[in-house]
Design a protein around this ligand. Structure first.
Ligand SMILES: Cc1cc2nc3c(=O)[nH]c(=O)nc-3n(C[C@H](O)[C@H](O)[C@H](O)COP(=O)(O)OP(=O)(O)OC[C@H]3O[C@@H](n4cnc5c(N)ncnc54)[C@H](O)[C@@H]3O)c2cc1C
Length: 305
């Protein structure tokens, strides 16, 4: 039986792993891959200690730091499917095995939220995309729509500016949530055709690839078609909390509810950190800090404190 099983190789999980190793906890580390969501970023300017680092470099350094720890068993390319409670401790079922442990630290992060409108699935990878840092160059010379006025939507516009012929930003409400400085930066470009406020996306239209986007003006009720050849969906994230659903308390967004002083979940012995939780700010540094807290709390739990 392990002292702890850490699930997830992003900043939260790796931090938890490094601290668990320093406390000499018998640790199994299960992750599909290393680095987490910002691996796709070309330039991360707020990872403390680095003026600038690419997502790929960050992923490599996280992996190297974790693997430099002695006595930590790493299972990469393995996905945890379900955590269940035993009389003493927990069982973690993965795609490759079943393991028993005294504590679990859940650091599985989040994934892109989808629109769930007609055409989205059909044209996925044929004009509908979710990662501007990865896919912006594929849309050279095309008219584009970006859906979502948060930071990721604004950054998607910025990523597209060097490539697209024109870009429209659709925002569900009458206010942009993203940073005013990023908005000002993109507004300075002639290619940015402005924000369409109160826009509810109804359908992605196309034949072989995307040819347009149908949306409703939520104030007037009028339905309109925007002729574009590509759509980036940037409407937030869904926590990957399915593996503990029905076991620990989740909020209405599916985020794991935490005691933020200790990173404890509603079930004693299960801890969590990072974007899968109800932490208000979804950031690399915060996830890393929360991972530390979760590992130290798991250690104290094992000590009976
Ligand atoms: C495009 C983009 C750019 C960003 N840029 C920045 C930035 O510049 N600065 C910043 O501070 N934040 C940025 N963020 C936010 C930041 O990436 C997240 O806050 C951070 O990655 C969360 O870390 P995490 O460890 O909680 O989860 P994640 O990064 O989501 O990592 C989760 C890990 O768990 C693994 N995993 C998932 N499910 C399972 C499973 N069932 N079994 C095993 N393993 C699993 C995944 O493979 C992954 O390794 C960005 C996010 C995105 C999407």
């Amino acid at each position: 039986m392990y002292d702890t099983i850490i699930i997830g190789g992003g900043p939260a999980g790796v931090s938890a792993g490094v601290y668990a190793a320093r406390k000499k906890m018998k640790t199994l580390f299960v992750t599909e891959n290393f680095g987490g969501q910002s691996t796709v970023s070309t330039d991360i300017g707020n990872w403390i200690g680095h003026v600038s680092i690419s997502g790929l470099e960050l992923a490599k350094s996280l992996e190297a730091h974790l693997k430099a720890q002695e006595d930590i068993e790493v299972r990469e390319g393995e996905a945890a499917k379900q955590v269940t409670k035993l009389d003493a401790g927990f069982q973690v079922k993965t795609t490759k095995g079943v393991y028993e442990t005294k504590t679990v630290i859940v650091c599985v992060g989040a994934r892109h939220r989808q629109l769930n409108v007609p055409g989205e699935q059909e044209f996925s990878s044929r004009g509908v995309a979710y990662c501007s840092t990865c896919d912006a160059p594929l849309f050279r010379g095309r008219a584009m729509a970006v859906i979502g006025g948060g930071n990721s939507g604004l950054e998607a516009v910025a990523d597209l500016l060097p490539y697209a012929s024109e870009i429209h930003l659709l925002n569900y409400t009458d206010k942009i949530k993203g940073d005013p400085t990023t908005l000002e930066k993109i507004q300075a470009s002639d290619k940015f055709k402005g924000v369409i406020y109160n826009a509810e996306t109804l359908e992605i239209i196309g034949d072989k690839t995307v040819t347009g986007l149908k949306y409703k003006d939520r104030q007037s009720g009028e339905e309109k078609i925007l002729p574009v050849q590509g759509v980036f969906v940037e409407i937030g994230a869904v926590p990957n909390s399915e593996l503990v659903k029905g076991l620990v308390e989740l909020n209405s967004y599916g985020e794991i509810v935490l005691d933020h002083r200790t990173a404890a979940t509603s079930v004693p012995g299960i801890f969590a950190a990072g974007d899968v939780t109800d932490e208000a700010f979804k950031q690399n540094n915060i996830s890393a800090g929360d991972g530390v807290k979760a590992a130290l709390s798991a250690y104290q739990y094992l000590q009976g404190k």
